[in-house]
Write a new protein. Sequence first.
Length: 292
Amino acid sequence: MRDQLHELLKKRVQQCVSHSRSSIHTCPKIEKKKESLSGRSGEIVKAQAAGKVISVGREKEDVTPVDYRVHFKYLIKQKGIFYMEEEIEERTADFYKGVFVEDREKNPFKDSKEEEASPDRGVEEEERYEYEYDRMKAVQYAEKWWNSYNPAYKKFDVDCTNYISQCLHAGGGPMRGYPNRGKGWWMRSGNWSYSWTVANSMRWYLPSSNSGLRAEEVSSPDQLLIGDVICYDFQGDGRFDHTTIVTGKDASGMPLVNAHTYYSRMRYWAYEDSTAYTPNIKYKFLTITDDQ
């Protein structure tokens, strides 16, 4: 099975730099990535993949599922400028009587339910929290921990917003509101606010906060700076599922982002190649503001 998975990854790497779609195992996600790049005058010029089997499931009706993790690196050229995008995928391959038949990426946002209270929409508070947001420190933290977990913090199965909160805190964003989970933005003593860990709560908290960490909503992604935040409502149903942090810009000045849950680094902000993407997707673009 490992040999067949190795061959499959080899074909996916070849697909990244090939103009042919003739292979029976063409990966739709890679084609979407290439189409998106082509529309931005970019291309993948080199790709690498390293996989590791995580578990072999129980055989059922002669089909054995194998869960594995693969780390992709894409060297992208866009308008004469090069940058490296990285992503770690969690995938499942099915083998029928030991022969590979199907491979798919898991969707971590499908059917995920995160506990949360009603959004804190900026209750007036007398106490002020002066801070200056250090965007570079936030990005440095995002780069250091993009594919691992800081042991100083609790980790979650759906970890995207927890990771972004850590980045914002590393940039100087002050915690407030402890111990009320429905107020403020904090993680302390093994507990945390909803706004710290839940994507939908952070989406409402940042632009409505009038004390401590806060943000202003802007109308387009090119207005964002490094260290700013993008919120994603994949289904377009009004409940936001995912959060990323801007860690760079492409040759057209559009954001590249880092994220957790499924680790991504310098990924194009729109997530058009994500398994969670739908045509109904909605975004919120939030630029962090200082409080001095």
